[in-house]
Design a binder for this molecule. Sequence first.
Ligand SMILES: *Cc1c(COP(=O)(O)O)cnc(C)c1O
Length: 371
Amino acid sequence: MKIPLSKPYIKEEDINAVIEVLRSGHLSLGPKLVEFEENFAKYLGVKHAIAVNSGTSGLHLIVKSLGLKEGDEVITTPFSFIASSNCILFEGAKVVFVDIDKETYNMDPKKIEAAITPRTKAIIPVHVFGEMCDMEPIMEIAKKYNLKVIEDSCEAIGAKYKNKFAGTFGEASVFAFYPNKQMTTGEGGMIVTNDDTVASLCKSYRNQGRDTMAWLGHSRIGYNYRLDEMSCALGVEQLKKIDTILALRKKVAEKYTKKLLEESTDLTFSNTPAGNEKSWFVFIIQLKDHVDRNKVIEYLKEKEIASNVYFPSIHLQDFYTKEFGFKVGDFPVSEEISKRTLALPFYSEMIDEEINYVCGNVLEAINESKK
Ligand SMILES: *Cc1c(COP(=O)(O)O)cnc(C)c1O
C-alpha cells in the first residue's frame, strides 16, 4: 500500500467552482477574490482579510507594512518552516531566535525578554503544527516593550487559545493554503488584520504598489502577489467545509495517538496545553533517544510509506550558519526536538486501514532501529 505524506481534501463542488471561473473568463481580480476575503474575515471575526499568492508573500507584506527594516531586530523561533524567519531578512532586518518549549515545540515566552534590545521592534510567534503559542505572556511582553506581534498562523487555521482564534492576537497574521495545509487553494495565503493602515498597505503592495484600480498608477514600489480567481473560488469552497475538515483530522490524529501509545514506549508526542484547541496540520511523533530515526525513515520508505523530518532547526540551515554565524548548541531544545521528530502520513480522509498499516509498520520500523 502506497501512502503519501499528505493529500488535499477535494470534492466535486471544489472542482465545479474552479471550472465555473474558467468558463466565466474572469480569471483575476474578480468576484471570487472579494467573496473569499469577505468570508475569511467573517470566519475569524476580523476587519480585513487580504488574499495573496502564498503564505510567504503574506508574511513579507506584513513585515513591510509594519515598516520593519535594516537596523531593526525581530524575535522569532528557530523551530519552524523557514519562511517565518526569511520574511524578516527580505526587509533587511535582523533575525533573533529564542529557544522553544520542549512540550509544545513553540517559542518559549520565558526566554523572550532576555533577547530584547533597544532595536527590537517585533515578535513573530509561529503556531507550529497547529498548536497555539502561549499568547498571554507574549502579548504582555509586547505591550511592555512596545513591540508589534505578527502571528504566523500558516499551520493553524481554526486553532484557538482560550477560545480565541489563531490570527486574532497581534497586529496582523497570515494563513497558508499550500496543498498539504488543512485547506488549500493550490498556492495561496491570507493576511488578516484589524489595522486599516496595514490592510491598505498590504493591498497596495500585493498589486504593484497601486492605490486605486488605475492600472498604471503606482504610489509605491510593490509586487505581484495577487491570488487568481481559480484559487479564490477553491478557497471559498474549502472554507465552507473547514469545520468538517478539522473534525476529520482530529479523528485521524486521535486514532493514531491511541494506537501508537498503546503499543509502544519508544515514542512520545508534543502536549496540548489546557485552554488550547489544536488544529491538526501534520502528525508528528517524537522518537526516544535510543531509536535511529534515519533507519525508521528508510524502513518506511521500503514499505512505500512517506515520512519526513519536521522541522530541521532554521538556525542550522546552511545559509543561516554561513551568513549569520549560528552554530550547533545555540538553541539546544530546538535542536534536540529537530533530531527526534518525524512526520507520518496524515490527511483528512485517511481511513482506518491506512492508519493501522502505517502504525504497524512504524512499530516494526522502531523495533528494527534501536541503537
Ligand atoms: C506553510 C507555511 C508558511 C507559508 O508557506 P507558503 O508555501 O509560502 O504558502 C509559512 N510559515 C509556516 C510555519 C508554514 O508552515
